[in-house]
Design a protein around this ligand. Structure first.
Ligand code: 13P
Ligand code: SF4
Length: 345
C-alpha cells in the first residue's frame, strides 16, 4: 500500500544534491556548438520536455529535434529516423522512449533525474495492490517506471487520461488508477467512473495554493487561469483551462486574454512567451503561509538536473544509456502501445 511517510522520506533522499548549474554566455556557446556537432556525428536527435531549461528547448528546435508534452515526446521518438534519441526530461520519459524503440540507443543527460510520482509507486507494493483488486482495469500514468507499466492494462498521459477513462467506463470497466492522487480525482470528477486511486502526488504541483491564487486573480481579473491536473482540486476548481502542458500552451495561444496565471512548472513560460510575445504570463503562487517557503517553487528539481554541459557530455561519452530488462520492456510495451494508438495523429 502507499505509505505517505515513506514517500516523503524517499523524495528527500532523491532530492538533487547539487544546485542547478549556471553557465556564462561564453560557456553556453561552447556547449551549444559542441552539441550541434555531436548530434550530426552520432545521428542523434534531442527530444525535450517543456519544463527543461530554455537554452535546451531552443537548441532542440534549432537542430531539428522537438519540445513537447510527454505524449508527443513519445510519439516523436517513434517517427524520427535518427538512430539515437537524447531524451531531455526525467527518467520515465527516457524509459518510455526505450520501450517504444528497442532498436535505438536512448540516452539521458542524467539518469538520476526522477519524478516524485515514479518514486511514489513501488512495483512490489503496487503489484500487491493490483492483486487485491483483480476485477479492475489497471490504468497508470506515464510518470511511472517500466516495471509499473508492465503491471498495467493501459498507460495514459494527462492529455488523454479523461478520454481513455471515459472510453473504458463506457465499456463497463471499473478502474484502478495510479499513481497521482490529484490527477486521479480530477479524472474521477470529469468522468464519473468507478475508480480507486493510488495516493502519490507531484511535489511541484502540490505546492500551488488556491487562497493566494484567488487574491492574485483579484489583482489581475482579466487573466485566464491555466492549471495542470496534477494540482490540488481546490486549485483546479479555479481554472479556466485544465490540461497537459501542450494543452495549456495551446490555450495560451488561442484564448483572447492578454494575461494568464499559470499553475505548472515555470519552464513552460519559454514556449508561451515565444508563441505570444505580447501576452503577460504570471506564475501561480505556491504557498500561502508567509512562514512557509516553497520547496520546489514551481520548478521541478529533477527537470533542472538537465543542462548544456551534461547534454554535451552524454553525446560525447555515450554513457547514461537507458537499458530495460527485455521481459519488462515487452510487457510494458502492450499498455503503452494502446496509448500511442488511442488517438493516432
Ligand atoms: P505533460 O504530459 O502534461 O507534459 O506532463 C508531464 C509532467 O511531468 C507534468 O508534471
Ligand atoms: Fe514528476 Fe512533478 Fe517533476 Fe512532472 S513536475 S516530472 S510530475 S515531479
Amino acid at each position: 500500500m502507499f505509505d505517505e511517510k515513506a514517500f516523503r522520506d524517499r523524495i528527500e533522499a532523491n532530492w538533487p544534491k547539487t544546485p542547478k548549474l549556471e553557465l556564462n554566455a561564453e560557456k553556453k556557446q561552447y556547449y551549444r556548438d559542441k552539441i550541434k556537432h555531436l548530434l550530426k556525428e552520432k545521428d542523434a536527435v534531442i527530444i525535450a520536455h517543456f519544463y527543461v531549461d530554455a537554452d535546451i528547448q531552443q537548441l532542440a528546435e534549432e537542430t531539428g529535434g522537438y519540445v513537447a508534452d510527454s505524449l508527443d515526446m513519445a510519439k516523436f521518438g517513434t517517427k524520427h529516423p535518427a538512430n539515437t534519441l537524447v531524451i531531455v526530461g526525467v527518467r520515465f520519459m527516457g524509459e518510455t522512449a526505450k520501450i517504444l524503440n528497442p532498436e535505438k540507443h536512448v540516452f539521458m543527460p542524467d539518469l538520476q533525474a526522477t519524478c516524485s510520482l515514479d518514486e511514489g509507486c513501488d512495483p512490489k507494493d503496487f503489484e500487491e495492490f493490483c492483486k487485491q483488486h483483480p476485477d479492475r482495469t489497471v490504468v497508470v500514468y506515464a510518470n511511472t517506471s517500466a516495471a509499473i507499466k508492465a503491471l498495467a492494462d493501459w498507460v495514459v498521459t494527462s492529455s488523454i487520461a479523461v478520454d481513455v477513462i471515459n472510453y473504458l467506463a463506457s465499456q463497463g470497466h471499473k478502474i484502478l488508477w495510479a499513481p497521482d492522487r490529484y490527477l486521479g480525482s480530477y479524472i474521477q470528477r470529469q468522468t464519473g467512473a468507478d475508480i480507486i486511486i493510488w495516493q502519490a502526488l507531484c511535489i511541484v504541483h502540490e505546492e500551488f495554493n488556491a487562497e493566494v491564487l484567488k487574491e492574485l486573480h483579484k489583482k489581475h481579473p482579466n487573466a485566464a487561469i491555466l492549471v495542470h491536473p496534477e494540482s490540488p482540486p481546490e486549485v483546479i476548481a479555479l481554472a479556466d483551462v485544465v490540461g497537459s502542458t501542450s494543452q495549456l500552451l495551446k490555450a495560451s495561444i488561442e484564448l483572447p486574454n492578454q494575461e494568464f496565471i499559470v499553475a505548472t512548472d515555470k519552464g513552460i513560460f519559454y514556449k508561451m512567451q515565444q508563441a505570444s510575445p505580447h501576452k503577460n504570463f504570471i506564475a501561480a503562487p505556491t504557498t500561502g503561509d508567509p512562514e512557509m517557503t516553497c520547496r520546489a517553487c514551481a520548478a521541478c528539481p529533477w527537470m533542472a538536473m538537465n543542462n548544456l554541459k551534461n547534454l554535451a557530455e552524454v553525446l560525447e561519452n555515450e554513457n547514461n544509456e537507458i537499458i530495460i530488462d527485455e521481459e519488462i520492456r515487452k510487457r510494458a510495451l502492450i499498455p503503452l502501445q494502446k496509448m500511442i494508438d488511442f488517438k493516432k495523429d
